[in-house]
Design a binder for this molecule. Structure first.
Ligand code: ADP
Ligand code: MG
Length: 706
């Protein structure tokens, strides 16, 4: 009978004859405890003897994998007393000297007479061929055209040939594996069988076989992940009692009519999709993505007003206090023109304005008491606050729509907390991301949400020219332009360098920058300072003065990243720009180019790291947030993206959101089809069992509860 993964997970590696208890202990240290762990301890690379390079053919700068015999090993000390191990190797074509610094153990590890694989860059030093600190694989005397190289750990003394032997035994004894993917899908997606894949990822005959194996196993990982996400969405819908909002009312129409501009096509589409969600009894759980300045706030407010129209309340949660405050002022202004029809005969004219309140940690105890009461009775329509809102003992009269600003974990627990606040029903939830993320990443990170994309900027935005200033001359030119713009009655943001440490340290550094500029490059201009440590009132004064044109140059920390909107500001100067991430630079830059005048963003940096250069170059090249998101994913990898929302044991050992975009899309399609046809997965028992292996028991119970 074919074996299930759960059976392999239930067997300790110690059951393998070639492993035994002693080596099992070693394996445990690299996270391999069960036979399943061992089988999914995948090779990190293959040595393809058919395409092997010889040392003599390598040119300086070539990066290559070579196979050679160790001839001599010398442990030495450098002049400044660092350890250095020099190894002479020979591959039949030429000698090569390999040097390792600060790795004294190499002297023991590398034994003359044995064969090793080296992956590194060839250099010529004093006329001889060298490699410095290449990746080393001890391969013993293994034969075969293709050799799997495993991640090895010198610490625990694991060698790639040992792993390979154990793997062979594990594969032999495991025999046939259950294949949880129905044959029809395998055929359609051109995927090999699980058993074949497992055998060929570890011991392929050709590189093509290794690739086909990898594709299948990576697909399995992505499928499990997608099925979990799709099930999560189903489970939330299954367990929830939503509100059927009345979406045809006059309040929203009046609100839209009161705006000084028409909605963009994308905003109209988003509003429409959201209204459909709101009108259904199933609670909305939707992601709203859009580039900086695409007008997400407006869409969010429209959603909340639908709730208000029907006698419900809306809440918007921002990730920081500053943002909550900015949203509060912005939204109060936005809804100023919208009034609500009321039946109360005591109300003059039969209408009243929409009531907006702010709740942050700065709200005083007395204000807070009053606010809590107003929320309970329904005297407040829209509450703006930080995410702490969920935790705080706030009870709403009738909470109808919740908007969550920014990529924050909003999982099942948060949803449960919200339901408690809202009473016996689940409010509709809209999650907004401040910066776009690539489509395949969104499918993975936000795969349990429906998605709306605002892919259109309001008209009349001016193109922002981005200049990366690195030489003294370019810096001088940047400050020159700042002065020229101020002379032309425009305004400027200067963003302070990002410094490590607390908000306090950041504030101190901002103050220093402010003083330096006042006495230096920007002497004589009217400067303002804004950072997160200033009291709210003081910040408001500075912002009001800047908005009113009484301040020429606002020297600020990243508090201005989101929400600040001053159309007359046409220049942004970002100091030490290479310290910021792509998304952050893009957000910051979005503060200019909001009016009718041409705008410029100066990135000051003498960045020398390849990553820093790549980031700044991308910013110079494009203003498209989705494109930048792709670059960001390329540079940073998916760990950072996944890390924000996935918890527990992630199962992505082979699959990469970067490299396997097509597979992500396919896995999602298959997952949706499977779950739609079989929401409890009872007809897909093998798949169900595997998924349960990779999610924690609590979640599994929630997902499969019927
Ligand atoms: P986002 O949050 O998507 O970055 P905002 O919601 O803050 O963008 O909107 C950016 C600016 O664009 C705001 O000043 C807003 O008033 C304005 N805006 C929004 N929608 C439109 C529109 N349809 N036409 C013109 N301006 C708009
Ligand atoms: Mg916004």
């Amino acid at each position: 009978m074919a074996r299930r993964l759960a059976q392999l997970e239930g067997l300790s590696v110690a059951v393998l004859e070639s492993v035994g208890p002693k080596r099992a202990e070693k394996l445990e240290q690299v996270g391999v405890a069960t036979v399943l762990d061992l089988l999914t301890y995948y090779p990190r690379r293959y040595l393809d003897r058919t395409g092997e390079k010889s040392i003599r053919d390598l040119k300086p700068g070539d990066e290559a994998l070579i196979l050679a015999h160790i001839k001599r090993v010398d442990a030495k000390r450098t002049r400044n007393n660092k350890s250095m191990v020099e190894v002479a190797v020979f591959d039949g074509s030429a000698y090569l000297t390999v040097t390792f610094f600060n790795q004294p153990w190499r002297a023991k590890q590398l034994v003359p007479g044995t064969e090793i694989a080296l992956f590194g860059k060839l250099e010529i030093f004093r006329g001889s061929r060298r490699m410095t600190s290449p990746v080393v694989d001890l391969i013993g005397n293994r034969t075969g055209r293709i050799i799997a190289l495993y991640p090895q750990s010198e610490k625990v003394g694991l060698t790639t040939w040992e792993v390979s032997d154990w793997m062979a035994e594990a594969l032999r004894r495991a025999g046939d594996l259950v294949d949880p993917l129905p044959f029809g899908w395998r055929d359609e997606l051109d995927l090999v069988s699980r058993t074949w894949a497992m055998a060929n990822i570890h011991a392929p005959e050709t590189m093509g076989a290794a690739q086909a194996a990898r594709k299948r196993l990576a697909f399995d990982e992505l499928l499990r992940l997608q099925v979990v996400l799709v099930l999560r969405k189903h489970a939330v819908e299954r367990d929830s009692v939503g509100i059927r909002h009345e979406v045809g009312g006059a309040l929203v129409d009046r609100f839209i009519a009161s705006l000084p501009f028409p909605l963009t096509g994308a905003q109209q589409r988003a509003n429409y999709e959201i209204a459909l969600d709101l009108a259904r009894a199933i609670p909305m759980h939707r992601l709203l993505q859009g580039d900086v300045g695409a007008g997400k706030t407006l869409v969010a407010v429209t959603a909340m007003l639908h709730a208000v129209e029907g006698g419900y309340q809306g809440a918007l949660m921002a990730p920081t206090e500053v943002l909550a405050e900015q949203h509060y002022f912005g939204i109060r202004e936005l809804v100023a023109g919208a009034s609500l029809q009321v039946d109360d005969p005591a109300v003059l004219g039969g209408t009243r304005p929409v009531r907006v309140a702010l709740l942050t940690s700065r709200t005083t105890a007395a204000e807070r008491r009053e606010l809590h009461a107003a929320l309970r009775t329904g005297a407040v329509d829209l509450l703006i606050g930080t995410h702490a809102l969920i935790a705080e003992a706030v009870t709403f009269h009738r909470l109808g729509v919740v908007v969550i600003d920014e990529q924050h974990r909003f999982g099942v627990e948060q949803r449960a907390a919200l339901r408690e606040k809202a009473g016996d029903h689940d409010p509709d939830v809209l999650v907004m991301t401040a910066t776009p993320i690539p489509r395949t990443a969104a499918m993975t990170v936000y795969g349990d949400l429906d998605s709306t994309i605002l892919d259109e900027l309001p008209p009349g935005r001016t193109q922002i020219v981005t200049v990366w200033a690195r030489s003294e001359m370019e810096l001088a030119a940047a400050w020159e332009q700042v002065r020229a713009e101020v002379a032309a009655a425009r305004q400027v943001y200067v963003v302070c360098p990002l410094v490590e440490g607390s908000d306090k340290i950041m504030a101190r550094s901002a103050t220093e920058t402010f003083e330096e500029l006042s006495g230096g490059e920007l002497h004589g201009l009217r400067l303002g300072l804004l950072h997160g440590q200033m009291p709210s009132a003081e910040k408001e004064v500075v912002m009001t003065r800047f908005r009113g044109g009484l301040v020429d140059v606002l020297v600020a920390t990243t508090v201005i990243e989101v929400g600040v909107d001053v159309p007359n500001a046409t220049v942004m100067v970002i100091l030490d720009a290479d310290r910021f991430g792509i998304a952050q630079l893009h957000q910051l830059r979005g503060r200019v180019g909001r009016g009718t005048h041409a705008s410029t963003c100066f990135l000051l940096s003498d960045a020398k790291t390849p990553d820093g250069e790549a980031r700044l170059a991308a910013l110079v090249r494009t203003t498209d947030g989705f494109e930048l998101a792709e670059v960001d994913l390329e540079l940073r990898g998916e760990g950072t993206i996944l890390g924000t929302r996935q918890k527990g044991k992630t199962d992505l050992k082979l699959a990469s959101l970067r490299r396997d975009k097509g597979l992500v899309v396919e896995a999602r399609r298959v997952a949706m089809a499977i779950v739609a046809a079989d929401p409890t997965l009872d007809a897909h028992a093998d798949l169900k069992e595997e998924i349960a292996l990779f999610v924690d028991p609590e979640e599994s119970e929630f997902l499969f509860k019927s």
